[in-house]
Design a protein around this ligand. Structure first.
Ligand code: NAP
Length: 340
């Protein structure tokens, strides 16, 4: 389980109040502070090593920030399996994790793109592992291939995803099924494949790339939003199920990002023309994923608009719905919409 105080305290770290609070805790309850700073499950100290923390798995390293201590996840030489690596956010994640020192197994269906990526970054750092993540046998075979070539997977990044735009009643069943199989079923099954190894080794991470629309659904992307809400909920539940195991479950929710995502999406009577006015770069998202991994975060929302709408929803569902409906009409007009 991740340390409690340092994460919560991060919000207050620049405030005087927090410094006083932390100093108070440190002075009055030194043992309590030690427990917090290495996590509840902590571990035994090395015999005779007074005051020191027991040897931790090589996966983690204790670092200090100011007067708080956290256990960060060390990415150097870790085996990171990234799905949807042939494009957009997945491609940028491969670059970012390689830059962080990891060895990456890059999966997607387009083998030529994976070869290009491996050629650019070096085949000793990137192993192309072609995979359609909706193929159950293919998932197992890909995992076996990675294990044999690189070793056990340390970090799984469930990134492959796809969207269909349009009203639920108008969208073809095949599109709805594709979204659910790709965005929902595949990440769950991939997590189930890598988790046994992670749990037995007592370290690892499952990182799910969700979306801000998982926090507040947007009409005309209703089923896509629902698949991302599923991923958020799945991440939360899984995190609690394996709490204390040393394995992290992290959800990252990007806002609108400059990738071929919108061109690849299917459209039924909707033009997502203005959805992407203020887009983040995929590199921005990838850097945030690396940071979330290192800092062992639980949930990350990446855009200011996403944080705002998620906050508004907590206050008033009615208001959040009204904002999103108006935004959908503006950003994804249908024939007949004024676009205002
Ligand atoms: N772009 C955004 O605005 C945005 C915002 C929030 C969240 N997201 C999420 O971020 C993730 C990445 O999206 P992106 O923007 O990078 O889109 P993208 O450029 O279209 O990339 C999608 C990736 O998914 C892969 N993929 C699709 N179907 C697959 C399948 N059946 N099996 C294996 N791989 C498959 C594609 O590779 P192949 O075609 O080669 O298989 C591609 O590499 C998605 O989960 C998306 O929902 C995107």
């Amino acid at each position: 389980m991740t340390p409690l105080i340092p994460y919560h305290a991060r919000f207050f770290k620049r405030t005087r109040k927090y410094n006083i609070h932390f100093r108070f805790v440190s002075q009055k309850f030194p043992n309590l502070e030690k427990i917090f700073s290495r996590g509840w499950h902590g571990g035994k100290r090395a015999p005779g090593a007074k005051g020191s923390v027991r040897s931790e798995p090589a996966a983690r390293r204790r670092v200090s920030r100011g007067n708080q201590a956290i256990v960060s996840y060390v990415l150097k030489d870790k085996v990171v399996w990234i799905t949807g690596a042939s494009s957009g956010i997945g491609w940028a994640c491969v670059e970012a994790f390689v830059a962080a020192g990891a060895r990456v197994a890059a999966s997607a269906r387009r083998t030529d793109r994976l070869s290009e990526l491996a050629g650019q970054l070096g085949r000793n750092r990137v192993a192309p592992v072609p995979l359609d993540v909706t193929d159950a046998d293919g998932r197992r075979a890909a995992h076996d291939e990675i294990r044999a070539a690189l070793g056990a997977v340390d970090v799984l990044i469930n990134n492959a995803g796809w969207a269909g735009f349009g009203r639920v009643v108008a969208q073809p069943s095949a599109d709805l099924r594709r979204m659910i199989e790709l965005n929902v079923l595949a990440p769950v099954e991939l997590a189930r494949i890598v988790l046994p190894d992670m749990l037995s080794r007592r370290h690892g991470q499952v990182i799910n790339i969700a979306s801000v629309v998982g926090y507040q659904s947007i009409p005309r992307m209703t089923v896509y939003s629902a698949t991302k809400a599923f991923l958020l909920s799945f991440s939360t539940g899984l995190r609690m199920e394996i709490a204390g195991s040393g394995v992290d479950v992290i959800s990252v929710a990007p806002g609108s990002t400059r990738t071929p995502f919108f061109e690849n999406a299917s459209n039924v009577n909707v033009r997502p023309v203005r959805l992407a006015r203020t887009q983040y770069s995929p590199q921005h998202v990838a850097r945030a994923v690396v940071r979330a991994s290192r800092a062992r975060r639980r949930e990350v929302i990446l855009s200011a608009e996403g944080i705002t709408i998620a906050g508004i929803r907590r206050l008033s569902h009615r208001l959040a719905d009204a904002i999103m409906l108006r935004f959908a009409r503006f950003a994804m007009p249908e024939a007949g919409d004024t676009g205002s």
